[in-house]
Ligand binder design. Structure first.
Ligand code: DX5
Ligand code: ZN
Length: 228
């Protein structure tokens, strides 16, 4: 049976000097997806991992699903091809950084990779209406991209609910992934809004005891509603 919820561990918060072992530990603990944040010092004020890092991780863990979140501008087929060739199972990009979103989504799928669009906190979701047949998932930023360890922006959860409703109206069920500030306290709200993939950086890799961190997240997912 397909799992209802998945956790995507963001390596941004991993111990970079033992990245390979950290990823192995995450997979062993039950993390479903490895979230791979690509930043270019242009789209966001930070710089991270090139395709060589992904290739090395994929070679060590060929069964793992690597979720490449491109925070680069412009998004080009060359960049997408490089990460697909290095082992990405999912690739998403921000529409602000791409002139031809429809074409780029199709290109990602043609490479045999799941395609997603990423919406910043201030980006409206309306364009999704015209792209459902090209999209495998929508990544909703619940913080402004660029750094781990920020606080979730509550208005972004309203957007998750809006996207879930828009998808239901169009009779489609894309995965909705939330990214930023997801922890044991906020994961339940994200799920109730309609998200089913949760990116966890500081709430997972940032903790010394990773199995305990995942247990706390799972407990937060099913805990009774206690909204303020
Ligand atoms: C932020 C990145 C996130 C980040 C999340 O730009 O896209 O994936 O690692 O980190 P946390 O979970 O700590 O908010
Ligand atoms: Zn991310």
């Amino acid at each position: 049976m397909e799992k209802r919820y998945s956790f995507a561990g963001s390596i941004l918060s991993a111990d970079l000097l033992r990245l390979g072992d950290d990823v192995g530990e995450a997979l062993k603990a039950g993390i479903d997806i490895i979230h791979f944040d690509v930043m270019d010092y242009h789209f966001v004020p930070n710089l991270t991992f090139g395709p060589m890092f992904l290739k090395a991780l994929h070679q060590r863990y060929p069964e793992a699903v690597f979720d490449v979140h491109l925070m680069v501008s412009p998004v080009t087929e060359e960049i997408v091809d490089a990460y697909a060739g290095a082992g990405a199972g999912m690739i998403s990009f921000h529409p602000e950084a791409c002139v031809h979103c429809d074409r780029m989504l199709s290109h990602i799928r043609e490479l045999g990779v799941q395609a997603g669009l990423v919406l910043n906190p201030g980006t409206p979701p309306q364009m999704l209406r015209y792209l459902w047949d090209k999209l495998d998932f929508v990544l909703v930023m619940t913080v402004n991209p660029g750094f781990g360890g920020q606080k979730l922006i509550p208005a972004a959860l309203q957007k998750v609910a809006d996207i879930r409703r828009m998808a239901a109206e169009a009779n489609v069920r894309p995965a909705i992934e939330v990214d930023g500030g997801v922890d044991a306290q906020t994961v339940g709200q994200c799920a109730r809004a309609g998200a089913n993939i949760f990116v966890v950086g500081s709430a997972f890799f940032g903790k010394a005891d990773r199995p305990a961190a995942l247990s706390a997240l799972l407990a937060g997912l099913v805990s009774p509603v206690k909204e303020a």
